[in-house]
Design a protein around this ligand. Structure first.
Ligand SMILES: *[C@@H]1O[C@H](CO)[C@@H](O)[C@H](O)[C@H]1NC(C)=O
Ligand SMILES: *[C@@H]1O[C@H](CO)[C@@H](O)[C@H](O)[C@H]1NC(C)=O
Ligand SMILES: *[C@@H]1O[C@H](CO)[C@@H](O)[C@H](O)[C@H]1NC(C)=O
Ligand SMILES: *[C@@H]1O[C@H](CO)[C@@H](O)[C@H](O)[C@H]1NC(C)=O
Length: 788
């Protein structure tokens, strides 16, 4: 155990050097994210007819339909295997589709990555994803010796591939700063290396797996921390005095009513800010072309800058199987009546909605977006019972009206300290008229301390961050990111979902430069957005003032909560899914800034002070300007989530132009505000309402191509399975159109995907669960869609 840890730590210092090797020497938050992609996981939008018909129940309870369907999927189920229907399953009122999430249970333990998601309408299963374990069960709940040999071999290949890719990347000097929460190239490689060495060492030393996880979750948590801590002194100390540390960890069993297996809280793990939660579970671990079930500890590890969900082998704690990084704090709940009128509307001097950054326009004085559907209390009020700022000070039934940049959706403030406290951080005060009218005129004298220059306009920048973040809340709300689907609000107005999870938005966060990140824990815990200054120019540029970066970050919250259900934050962790998590943010940011007259766009160009921005290519319809296709993912430099993400964003961008060509362009993405009686006027935004045979209003269909595409992209996120790849996400968007319009855009969508190689016959061969494979582009669309 010690020798592999030492090897790991040596490698970690190498990784730290790599992290600083970019052309502009950007220091970055350390973060880990990796795990297998299960080869047997599948998503189908045309479920087997016999399964659909045998579970079809007219319009009855979608839970019953789901149960019947899952039963029919595996009629001869071993009695040790069962399942539960998760309580974050919901019915989307707008589309009428129920999204049901099913978790697999073996021997009373959750299979961490064993999920079925079903999309059901009118008693019928429209599509489903299935990653339930299908192999042999381990004997008597005791793991057979781990498959170290095969594992060692697979991982060695993988490490070698990635080293080669990494060398190529560095040689081609393509390394670029990354906007988001993820992927420190060197550390990912390093963790793979660690996985490899722990498995290969194990073999070399001729050890055999012990027959019970005798060290419990303590050793797993300590081992994980030795890999995860950004502090090499702490890592060294854990290695040197492992048994002392082990003796000091206090494990308290916790009993919860719904627990499916032993759970502990662990105190005394260094570098954590809260006790570590540990739960015994199964996880599926690929081994050659088989998948095996392993006993693991699922850890939730909250640190200053990270909040990890880690899966660690219960018998060999140096073996970390998967890691996802989410993060943040948590408050509590209680419903109160909704006032009929918003409490008061703010006025803000900002770069208005649609102006991407200071190079694109001047600031102007803008009114709060008053939308009584999306934000019934406006942007500046919170029911006292859900207010973490004045908790216990006000009677719970009162509504607290803020004159600062705090409210039900967003808390925006400075965070120069760069740490986790936020409640009492400085927020500008707009007074009783809620007027946030501040100047923006950064001093350009190079002899002045650039931090001082930036801090002098903190009122302006927090105001902008508050404005952009609330606009995004209201916009996404109207496209279906609402309470029940897991949005971010302190109070949920009795509309379902978990509350007390408004976005904590840190402006000028002191924990870094030239970046931004968003941490998305499961529904009911605050999302946290950290925006940084960029030292790419003098005076510094402030990422808060570049809407595209803020929108990209907030879109992580959107895609993470909508994919795989509100309570599962582990569905977009790595690989193609993690990449699309980045891509949706770029696509939505670009769509929001785009105009009636088509133009190409770069991402992050102003903040990074580079005309072509922070991606390899700008978003363009022109194949020469942006040559990305599905097969681009095979190239060196394309296994990191941001590079994968820009390919996905480009594919969506090209596809959305097809819808715009057919349906035209709406100057606003915001649907009309509801009238006094709460009805939504169709205006020219939605097509005239249609009614079904029972007289029920069908979901409103946006008239224009850009609005329709945003709708299909969000609806697709709800339909797709946990850990989707490009194919699954594409199929989900196409199915979203079928549900919304009866499939009238099937050709525009397929033609768009096919234009960038993601046609119906695109495929990947020889992919291992740990990555790789060879992709084949398909530029042919559906036969029915070909025009002469
Ligand atoms: C906040 O504003 C609402 C609506 O104007 C009002 O009903 C409520 O009493 C106010 N709360 C406080 C504590 O003043
Ligand atoms: C905002 O402040 C400027 C001066 O900085 C002033 O000219 C303008 O009238 C103010 N706007 C509002 C709406 O008060
Ligand atoms: C921010 O605005 C307040 C008034 O609301 C003012 O007192 C303060 O000096 C401003 N801060 C800076 C750094 O300009
Ligand atoms: C695509 O871009 C290239 C390079 O900028 C340019 O030469 C070419 O004319 C463009 N093609 C079209 C169709 O605009």
């Amino acid at each position: 155990m010690r020798s592999s840890l030492r090897a790991l730590l040596a490698l970690l210092s190498v990784a730290a050097v790599m992290a600083h090797s970019g052309p502009q020497d950007f220091p970055r938050r350390k973060t880990l994210a990796f795990g297998p992609v299960l080869p047997h996981a599948k998503f189908t939008t045309s479920p087997e007819p016999h399964l659909v018909s045998s579970s079809f129940m007219g319009s009855s309870d979608p839970h019953e339909v789901a149960r019947a369907f899952v039963e029919n999927l595996s009629p001869n189920r071993d009695p040790r295997v069962s399942y539960i229907i998760r309580d974050d399953s919901y019915t989307d009122e707008r589309t009428g589709v129920s999204h049901i999430y099913v978790k697999q249970i073996v021997d009373g333990l959750e299979v961490a990555d064993g999920n079925i998601n079903l999309n059901i309408k009118g008693g019928k299963v429209l599509s489903y994803g299935n990653s339930f374990y299908q192999g042999h069960l381990p004997k008597d709940n005791v793991e057979t010796p781990s498959p170290h040999a095969a594992y060692c071999e697979v991982l060695s290949d993988q490490v070698n591939n990635r080293k080669a890719q990494f060398a190529a990347l560095r040689a081609s000097s393509q390394q670029i700063p990354l906007v988001s929460h993820e992927d420190l190239t060197g550390v990912n490689l390093n963790l793979l290396e660690h996985l490899r060495s722990s498995n290969c060492d194990y073999l070399e030393r001729g050890l055999s797996a012990s027959s019970n996880p005798s060290e419990g979750p303590q050793a797993a948590a300590l081992m994980f921390m030795a890999a995860a801590t950004p502090n090499s002194g702490v890592a060294d100390d854990i290695t040197a005095k492992f048994s002392d540390y082990l003796a000091k960890v206090q494990a308290t069993p916790s009993h919860s009513l719904h627990a499916s297996g032993p759970e502990y809280t662990l105190e005394g793990i260094p570098d954590t800010v809260n006790p570590v939660k540990a739960k015994l579970a199964y996880a599926q671990v690929p081994n050659g072309d088989k998948v095996e079930l392993k006993l693991v500890w699922k850890l939730e590890v909250e640190m200053e800058d990270n909040w990890y969900e880690a899966t660690v082998d219960a018998f060999e704690p140096t073996s970390i199987i998967a890691v996802v990084d989410w993060a943040s704090d948590s408050p509590f709940a209680a419903p109160i009546p909704v006032p009929e009128e918003p409490v008061g509307a703010g006025t803000y001097n900002v770069f208005k909605w649609g102006v991407n950054d200071p190079s694109e326009g001047e600031r102007s004085v803008e009114k709060e977006n008053i939308d009584t559907i999306a934000s019934p209390l406006g942007w500046h009020a919170i029911p006292a019972a859900n207010d973490p700022l004045r908790r216990g000070v006000k009677p719970r039934s009162e509504i607290v009206n803020y004159t600062t940049t705090a409210g039900n959706n967003v808390f925006a403030h400075e965070n120069w300290e760069g740490r986790n406290s936020w409640l009492n951080n400085y927020r500008p005060d707009g007074g009783k008229n809620l007027l946030f009218n501040y100047t923006y005129d950064p001093e350009t004298d190079e002899s002045t301390d650039p931090m001082k220059v930036a801090k002098a306009y903190i009122n302006t920048t927090v105001t902008q961050l508050f404005y952009t973040s609330n606009m995004i809340h209201d916009l996404y709300y109207r496209y279906g990111f609402d309470e029940i689907s897991g949005n971010f609000q302190q109070h949920n107005f009795g509309r379902g979902g978990k509350e007390n999870d408004g976005v904590i938005a840190n402006a000028q966060d002191g924990s870094g430069f030239n970046n931004a990140n968003f941490m998305t824990p499961p529904d009911g815990q605050n999302g946290r957005c950290r925006m940084y200054l960029w030292n790419t120019a003098s005076p510094y540029r402030d990422g808060d003032l570049e809407a595209g970066i803020v929108i990209h970050e907030l879109s992580h919250g959107l895609s993470t909560r909508l994919t795989g259900g509100p309570s599962d934050s582990g569905c977009l962790g790595w690989g193609e899914s993690g990449g699309m998590g980045e891509g949706w943010g770029d696509f939505l940011a670009t769509t929001i800034r785009s105009n009636e007259v088509y133009s190409d766009y770069a991402m992050g160009a102003w903040a990074a002070n580079r005309p072509n921005g922070i991606r390899n290519y700008i978003y363009s319809l022109n194949m020469t300007v942006n040559p990305s296709t599905y097969k681009t993912l095979d190239k060196p430099g394309y296994w990191g989530v941001h590079a994968i993400g820009e390919v996905w964003a480009e594919i969506l961008w090209v596809t959305s132009q097809n819808l715009i060509k057919k349906h035209g362009f709406s100057k606003t993405l915001f649907p009309p505000k509801p009238d006094a009686s709460g009805n939504i006027p169709e205006g020219d935004f939605y097509r005239p309402a249609q009614y079904d045979v029972k007289g029920k209003k069908k979901p409103l269909v946006p008239v224009h191509g850009n609005t329709l595409m945003v709708q299909l992209v969000l609806d697709g996120m709800k339909l797709q399975p946990c850990s989707p790849g490009f194919f699954e996400a594409r199929d989900a968007i196409i199915q979203a159109d079928e549900i919304l319009t009866g499939g009238e855009n099937i050709c525009e969508l397929w033609n768009g995907f096919a234009a960038r190689g993601l046609g119906p016959k695109a495929r990947v061969d020889g992919k291992t669960p740990w990555g790789g494979g060879i992709r084949t582009d398909d530029y042919n669309t559906l036969a029915a869609c070909k025009t002469a």
